[in-house]
Design a protein around this ligand. Structure first.
Ligand code: SAH
Length: 216
């Protein structure tokens, strides 16, 4: 089956798994996942599963990305902070819907690889920072102080305080929390300055590496 047809089948799968947000489904129809996987995995690009990318990281499972994007209620004027650029696949999906995506990745070669694919795909609304996502969007262009949506694609031990600070009033942050590969997806909503936390279910991501802790 052609990639285009496989993509349609994947989108049908997402819809029957409970994804009803039209913008999310349209974004999945628009982004060729085969461009973001390693050449040897292109034939598996439309399996609904995570796949290995370089540096022992993974491109996230489509359904997990779709669930998170739906929970974020993405709007065209959103400014999104994404932690864990990885392959750039999710950055592309987000950038199809929202105004701007600011994406942080700690592994330079991964970020540069994603930047190249996303540039070739024609995106002009994605900005990149190479560094530790625990400090959020620091010393980077555009100089945003807060974001209406924050999405973390790696499993953290706890909610990084700097990310809560960078969540705008009325905004939503999604972050997998838990030691090891079994995590619980947490949604944090900023309401009158307070962070209100709800748990959304189990998930499994690669670890959110704490570079400052490792360096001690
Ligand atoms: N959404 C990406 C997921 C990549 S996996 C995709 O679909 O391709 C998660 C990514 O988070 C990895 O690339 C990993 O290097 C990155 N990561 C882990 N800890 C990080 C940290 N502290 N700061 C920034 N990126 C981090």
């Amino acid at each position: 089956m052609r990639f285009e047809d496989q993509r349609k089948v994947l989108v049908e799968e997402l819809a029957s798994a409970g994804i009803t947000d039209k913008a999310v489904l349209e974004a999945f129809l628009a982004v060729p996942r085969e461009d973001y996987v390693l050449p040897e995995y292109r034939d598996y690009a439309y399996r609904n599963q995570p796949l290995p990318i370089k540096d022992k990281q993974t491109i996230s499972q489509p359904l997990m990305i779709a669930i998170m994007m739906q929970l974020l209620s993405l709007k065209p004027d959103d400014i999104v902070l994404e932690i864990g650029t990885g392959s750039g696949y999710q950055s592309a999906l987000l950038a199809n819907i929202v105004k701007e995506v600011c994406s942080i990745e700690r592994i330079e070669s991964l970020s540069l690889g994603a930047q190249k694919v996303l540039r070739q795909a024609g995106f002009r609304n994605i900005y990149f920072r190479i560094g530790d996502g625990h400090s959020g969007w620091q010393k980077a262009f555009p100089p945003h102080k807060t974001f209406s949506k924050i999405i973390v694609s790696a499993g953290a031990e706890s909610i990084p305080p700097r990310l809560i600070e960078q969540l705008a009033e009325g905004g939503i942050m999604l972050i997998p929390i838990g030691a090891g590969s079994n995590q619980i997806l947490h949604a944090i909503r900023k309401h009158n300055g307070d962070a209100v936390v709800t748990k959304c279910g189990a998930c499994s991501f690669v670890p959110f590496i704490n570079d400052s802790k490792d360096g001690r």
